[in-house]
Ligand binder design. Structure first.
Ligand SMILES: [Zn+2]
Ligand SMILES: [Zn+2]
Length: 178
């Protein structure tokens, strides 16, 4: 896990490139209780950090492949992520919030660091997390599981829907006859 002391960043900036191996990733993910996915690959990060007045500009790319579970058919699948980001960080200590706090949309996107250091691996993880869809799908047109028998409808169809349609249709017929 890469952390940099702000005072160690030279005036010309810092270019970093590093890999977070799967072991250290799974150790890190244990800090979260709500993680229901795994990394299938190491996480590769590239960042450029530049001091700009009181803020830090951080530009970078993160690449990783995750193993997600499809929200429809529950199958696990590979989900490659490649994300670019451009962030501004302020020291929480230096930052004085205006008394009447009216945050513009730009302010809402401000990030903070604490204690004179910035946790670069954590930032990289955050960027990966942001790329995970709310309801991951193995394919856009995944047919999911049959709600009646649980058959994976991507592999073969079942007769449940037809049968339940027929039975409601026969009830309807009876109703009409009576
Ligand atoms: Zn699926
Ligand atoms: Zn079925």
């Amino acid at each position: 896990m890469l952390t940099i002391k702000i005072e160690e960043i030279p005036d010309e900036g810092l270019n970093l490139e590093w890999v977070e191996e799967k072991d250290s990733i799974s150790t890190y993910l244990k800090n979260f209780s709500n993680i229901d996915f795994e990394f299938e690959s190491p996480m590769k990060s590239k960042m450029k950090i530049v001091k700009a007045g009181k803020s830090l500009l951080l530009k970078g790319d993160v690449v990783a492949t995750l193993r997600l579970q499809c929200g429809r058919c529950l199958k696990e699948f590979s989900y490659p992520i490649s994300t670019h980001f451009d962030l501004n960080f302020y020291s929480i200590k230096d930052f004085s919030f205006p008394e009447e706090l009216e945050l513009s949309e730009e302010d809402m996107e401000m990030n903070f660091y604490e204690g004179g250091e910035i946790h670069l691996s954590e930032i990289a993880f955050e960027q990966v997390f942001l790329e995970i869809p709310y309801k991951p799908l193995c394919h856009e047109d995944c047919k999911g599981l049959c709600p009646f028998c649980g058959q994976d409808l991507n592999l073969s169809s079942c007769d449940c829907i037809k049968e339940s349609f027929n039975s409601s249709f026969s009830i309807l017929k009876k109703l009409i006859k009576s």
